[in-house]
Design a protein around this ligand. Structure first.
Ligand SMILES: *Cc1c(COP(=O)(O)O)cnc(C)c1O
Length: 420
């Protein structure tokens, strides 16, 4: 076998990698609420020789020999995850949030079982029973809505849906919800209808790990999360639970929904969990929240309405129903000006999901770049200007040049040894 540098062995892929680092570094403000940038040490773990091994099974109980160091790495990831989240047990093998969720539904509830999750257009995720997802195909999902007045999940509405549908499992966890999740409230509802309670903290796990958002334990029985959003780790997912569910959770991942684990990704998860234990990460997570509040201030100067009136986490959901612009048009105008957000349905959206009447704007990635309240408030104002004047060449040019200055001032990988 001949080892060569990727630049020589595969110039086409190499060029795409080079272009991508350039794009991330210099082209736009990344404000997709589910994205982040990992540090070099996480990239190193992910690019390691751990990829070479089959490690089906769990530490100490593998189906293949030669897993001494894989056991070491997976145990580190599990121990750190338990410590970060106050869980009894962690399974760090899920390839993605979707497979983690579906594995739990299948193993704990079974095909056709009744599950209650958030209404998708009120902040839920495709893996909470949408018809285009296998979760919607295999399980009998019903939805609970946000409250008509507060646009938050309130006990009365969740209770009403729970009593009507009598689910075996309630899922609390959201992709586009700007408020703190009240796990105690969900527990009270689950107890009332004798259901299990699962939290899907994919978006907020960084905030939870840092202690700036309430923990889903001890209220929830099982907690799933991706590992690459606000927690800023290697791409993938994990499942946390109380001791009594540990064996069943493990079998829900392997062999029920996956084969061999991606051990290089698990190494990346372990390294990122160590990062998340540092005092600096707590400061980072608090800064995310402060930055999002500042972003909301900036948006308010243009009188843009936000779902629920504001935010107490890492994102805002701008409601454009009363404006002359759709979510899709706003997303496009902003991208043109160098600000990347995503169109997003808002509660009672008259537009279809491909168009929508909202945009979701998040701050974890820009906070990783080192931006603070001053910058985020200004960015909120710029977003307002673009949304109000989507066809103005002047606004577009002004915003674009200010975006370039910000990217230049708040570097990402430049100056480190990461070069693709
Ligand atoms: C992102 C997300 C997921 C799924 O993540 P994938 O890894 O993309 O499958 C699941 N649940 C919620 C709430 C999410 O936001």
């Amino acid at each position: 076998m001949k080892h060569r540098d990727i630049s020589e062995a595969d110039p086409e892929v190499y060029k795409a990698l080079k272009n991508e680092i350039e794009r991330q570094e210099t082209e736009s403000l990344e404000m997709i609420a589910s994205e982040n940038f990992v540090p070099r040490q996480v990239l190193q773990a992910q690019g390691s020789v751990l990829t070479n091994k089959y490690a089906e099974g769990y530490p100490g109980k593998r189906y293949y020999a030669g897993c001494e160091y894989h056991d070491k790495v997976e145990n580190l990831a599990r121990e750190r995850a338990c410590e970060l989240f106050g869980a009894d047990h962690a399974n760090v093998q899920p390839h993605s949030g979707t497979t983690a969720n579906v594995g739990i539904y299948g193993k704990f509830i079974g095909q056709g079982g009744k599950i209650l999750g958030p209404v998708l257009s009120h902040g839920g995720h495709l893996s909470h029973g949408h018809s285009v997802s296998m979760s919607g195909d295999m399980f009998n999902f019903e939805g609970y809505p946000v409250n008509e007045e507060t646009e938050r999940f309130e006990k009365e509405d969740v209770m009403e849906a729970a009593k009507e549908h009598n689910p075996e499992l309630i899922v609390c966890g959201f992709s586009a919800y700007p408020r703190e999740v009240d796990f105690e409230m969900f527990r009270e509802v689950a107890d009332e209808v004798d259901a299990m309670l699962m939290a899907d903290i994919a978006h907020i796990s960084g905030l939870v790990a840092a202690g700036v958002h309430p923990s889903p334990f001890p209220e929830c029985d099982i907690v799933t999360t991706t590992t690459h959003k606000s927690i800023r780790g290697a791409r993938g997912a994990m499942i946390l639970c109380k001791e009594e569910y540990a064996d069943k959770v493990d079998s829900a991942v392997f062999p029920y929904s996956q084969g061999g684990p991606l051990m290089h990704q698990i190494a990346g998860k372990a390294v990122s969990f160590k990062e998340a234990m540092r005092p600096e990460f707590k400061e980072y997570a608090q800064q995310i929240k402060d930055n999002t509040k500042a972003l909301a201030e900036g948006l308010r100067t243009h009188n843009l309405r936000m779902v629920s009136g504001g935010t107490d986490n890492h994102l805002v959901l701008v409601d454009l129903k009363e404006e002359d612009i759709t979510g899709k048009e706003a997303e496009e105008a902003l991208e043109e000006a160098g600000i990347v957000v995503n169109k997003n349905s808002v509660p009672h959206d008259p537009e279809p999901p491909q168009v929508t009447s909202g945009i979701r704007v998040g701050t974890p990635a820009l906070t990783t770049r080192g931006m603070e309240e001053k910058q985020l408030e200004e960015i909120g104002e710029m977003i307002g200007e673009v949304v109000r004047n989507p066809d103005s060449e002047e606004v577009n040019q002004n915003v674009k040049s200010r975006v370039s200055e910000l990217l230049e001032e708040f570097k990402l990988y430049a100056g480190s040894e990461v070069d693709y």
